[in-house]
Design a binder for this molecule. Structure first.
Ligand SMILES: Cc1cc2nc3c(=O)[nH]c(=O)nc-3n(C[C@H](O)[C@H](O)[C@H](O)COP(=O)(O)OP(=O)(O)OC[C@H]3O[C@@H](n4cnc5c(N)ncnc54)[C@H](O)[C@@H]3O)c2cc1C
Length: 384
């Protein structure tokens, strides 16, 4: 960006999938003077630590629509950006043990079918027939969509960033936003570790730090960071490939194939909110026990590596997306509760439309910042 004099039209706070996708979409639509600020390096937050899953099996229409749009974008990503994103579609298999969970999965299928998601309801016998290494004795059933899968979050994010830069977006790494300037109910710019930058519009896409950034304008949004741990193990037994993403909804435990290995993780719903990124050996044992319980053939596997990242979680496990009307020029796309990688591409398109045209064809009401405690919206029942 030439001669920018520390002034911009739009400032984006955060260089993960959301920030780079919004930056790319704004620039593609011809917006000039866009600056993206990242306190560390691009993709160092949740995006680079995620497992890159995408799936159309959600319980609410809004999430299904976001996923359907993103899957199409992933499919054509290489044509548009000239970058392969290591896209795999081994499918997602959701499993239910409890009556209520099975009811929720079946209700989900009815909603998904309305949006043409190719999803199947499977009996324990059918699951056992297709994936003989899965123990099914304790199951009531499962649902499977063969189009679900995963891609490489780093490759997607860096491709968005590269394209955004090419189109004139200024990306400043190692630049932390320390305050947001507001006067007479309007955004005026930001204070950063490298000085002040003035701009009439600011977008908060700071992931797990999104609640902290919202507080810079005096807003208390319920977005909290929670640690999520992931482990990769060898699988010494020959099992049929590909290994889909298998999710035990009652345990919030999952595993899937990762090249010739197995990737596995679980949400610890007892753990309080924190920015802790340590890997915990005791929890690792719990995850492996859950894995072996579901797939006993993995009992003699070896641990290769583990890491922890942060989910940004809201009370209904849905994000907050849109303009915060009480502070003119302030926008948020935060609180993706474990779905942000897959929804980032679609949300980039939607948010850029909202900012530049003042409206969008996507109904953002389920994601309104002021819905909590007001609207009786169903939360996302397939958060993992
Ligand atoms: C273990 C794990 C597995 C996951 N698996 C999946 C999955 O399979 N599928 C899926 O869709 N999602 C998954 N997720 C969730 C997904 O990673 C996130 O929802 C998504 O990456 C959020 O992207 P983001 O751009 O909003 O946030 P981030 O990637 O965290 O980016 C926000 C950026 O903002 C920067 N920042 C924060 N504060 C400031 C500031 N004051 N100034 C400047 N910069 C700032 C941070 O440094 C960070 O780089 C997973 C997450 C984890 C942790």
């Amino acid at each position: 960006m030439k001669n920018w004099n520390n002034t911009a039209e739009i400032i984006i706070i955060g260089g993960g999938i959301l920030g780079t996708s919004v930056a790319h979409n704004l620039a593609k639509k011809g917006q000039k003077q866009v600056v993206l600020l990242e306190k560390e390096f691009l993709c160092e937050g949740s995006t680079g630590l995620s497992v890159g899953g995408f799936r159309q099996q959600f319980s609410t229409p809004a999430n299904i629509l976001l996923s359907r749009e993103s899957v199409q974008l992933f499919k054509h990503f290489e044509d548009e950006f000239g970058v392969g994103i290591d896209m795999n579609q081994p499918g997602y298999l959701f499993l239910a043990r409890e009556e209520q969970t099975w009811e929720d999965l079946k209700n989900g299928v009815q909603i998904q079918e309305k949006y043409s998601v190719p999803v199947e309801r499977l009996s324990p016998e059918e699951i056992s027939h297709r994936w003989p290494y899965i123990k099914t004795r304790d199951l009531l059933g499962g649902t499977f969509c063969p189009e679900d899968g995963y891609a490489d979050p780093y490759l997607v994010t860096m491709a968005y960033a590269k394209e955004a830069k090419k189109q004139g977006v200024l990306i400043l790494e190692n630049t932390e936003v320390t305050g947001i300037l507001v006067k007479n109910g309007r955004v005026r710019g930001v204070d950063t570790s490298a000085g002040k930058i003035l701009a009439p519009r600011v977008i908060n896409v700071a992931g797990p730090w999104g609640g902290k950034v919202a507080r810079m304008v005096g807003l208390d949004l319920p977005v909290l960071p929670y640690r999520r741990q992931v482990f990769v193990i060898t699988c010494t037994k020959d099992i049929p490939q590909p290994v889909p993403m298998v999710i035990d909804m009652d345990m919030r435990h999952y595993f899937r194939g990762e090249s010739s290995m197995i990737l596995t993780g679980m949400s610890d719903l007892e753990e309080p909110s924190s920015f802790n990124l340590q890997v915990d050996q005791t929890f690792m044992i719990k995850v492996v026990e859950a894995l072996v319980q579901r797939a006993p053939v993995m009992a003699d596997s070896k641990m290769i590596r583990g890491w922890a990242g942060l989910y940004a979680v809201t009370p209904d496990e849905n994000p907050i997306i849109g303009e915060i009307e009480i502070i003119e020029g302030f926008y948020c796309a935060i609180g993706f509760s474990g779905h942000g990688f897959q929804h980032g591409p679609a949300v980039g398109r939607i948010l850029s439309e909202l900012i530049l045209e003042g409206k969008t064809d996507f109904d953002l009401s389920p994601f309104a910042h002021d819905r909590f405690g007001k609207l009786n919206l169903p939360g996302e029942k397939r958060a993992v």
